[in-house]
Design a protein around this ligand. Structure first.
Ligand SMILES: O=C(O)CCC(=O)C(=O)O
Length: 333
């Protein structure tokens, strides 16, 4: 559990870095699972004519760099939530990684203990979650390179990415450092106390990718405080309040910068992404049935994917239009 001092600091600043919360034994199985996922992706993409080679024989990082520089769409094969712009995508990019090791990480007792300190003992995993495997910037090209799953992350509030139904839902972001994240590698950065100064800040629609909404500089400046970089070693967690204004720097290093960002919230509240599944991971009262079977986690995401591909989910999966309307707003120029 968090100490009183940590909790106080989190509520005061809107973020908290917890170094060393997870150890290699927690992360290595996920890396091994991703090695297999990357191998599958390479073979599928090669068979679909999207790659000239499967780039066998390289270690995970070098192979990922080779694949992503040849075809930036490689990241669709490694995501942990379904894409939101599914209407524009071919079916082979509408996929979600749901491995056992990943589920063990998402439901790790240390993460749940920390989430419980903030949210109480009835916890669900909200489906707004992202894998961010960021190669050095020089390996990226084309509009897909602007996606924050592989490139820098624009300034935003996490609450801006959910539908209005979740307005009353207290949501906690837990960001997991799968590798070190130095400033040069593109760590997170946040404006201290920004969560206390605004409910939902105006966002502008992304320039090259409409989904990459951003808070314009002039609004960030209104706080009158510089952003704080949040570098941390592998195994660290970073907590973010849903209103904290934050982003992530570009990866200017030579190595992979890999994180997962996860969302937890109290059970029985809307998730803000109702088309996607959510999972009860802890119920101290016993009132909710806990999901502890990785196969159930996987099959519920598979069902969602099937429904989306069958056209059973109508319209956008989140409120893209809310920010699109700001295209002509002078603060977005
Ligand atoms: O890791 C990143 O690039 C961004 C993460 C983020 O924005 C989040 O956790 O909400």
């Amino acid at each position: 559990m968090l100490t009183d001092r940590q909790l106080e600091s989190f509520h005061d600043q809107g973020f908290l870095v917890i170094p060393g919360a997870l150890v290699a034994a927690d992360l290595d199985p996920v890396v091994a699972e991703y090695e297999r996922a990357l191998d599958d992706a390479a073979h599928r993409m090669y068979e679909l004519g999207q790659l000239s080679s499967t780039h066998e024989g390289l270690d995970f990082q070098e192979r990922y760099f080779a694949l992503i520089s040849e075809n930036p769409a490689t990241f669709y094969y490694l995501g942990i939530s379904l894409p939101l712009d599914y209407e524009q995508l071919p079916p082979e990019f509408i996929r979600v990684h749901t491995g056992q090791a990943l589920f063990r990480l998402l439901s790790h007792p240390t993460i749940l203990d920390i989430a419980e300190s903030v949210l109480g003992g009835e916890i669900i995993l909200n489906p707004v979650q992202q894998a961010r495997l960021k190669p050095p910037q020089r390996f990226l090209s084309g509009p897909v390179a602007e996606y924050s799953n592989i490139g820098a992350t624009t300034w935003h509030q996490d609450f801006g990415a959910v539908m209005d139904e979740a307005a009353g839902t207290e949501m906690l972001t837990v960001w997991v450092a799968m590798t070190d994240a130095t400033e040069e590698m593109g760590c997170l950065a946040a404006i201290p106390g920004s969560h206390r100064e605004a409910a939902l800040t105006l966002h502008c629609p992304g320039v090259k990718n409409a989904a990459e909404n951003y808070i314009p500089q002039v609004l960030l400046d209104r706080h009158g405080r510089d952003p704080v970089p949040l570098p941390c070693p592998r195994g660290s967690l970073v907590l973010l309040d849903r209103f904290t204004e934050h982003g992530a720097l570009p990866n200017e290093s030579d190595t992979l910068r890999w994180s997962f960002d996860l969302r937890y919230q109290p059970s029985g509240m809307p998730t803000g992404r109702p088309a996607f599944p959510s999972f009860v991971l802890r119920s101290r009262s016993g009132a909710f049935a806990v999901v502890d079977d990785p196969a159930e986690y996987s099959s519920r995401w598979d069902d969602t994917r099937t429904r989306i591909l069958a056209g059973a989910v109508a319209g956008p999966l989140y409120e893209q239009n809310r920010w699109l309307a700001n295209r002509g707003n002078p603060v977005c120029a």
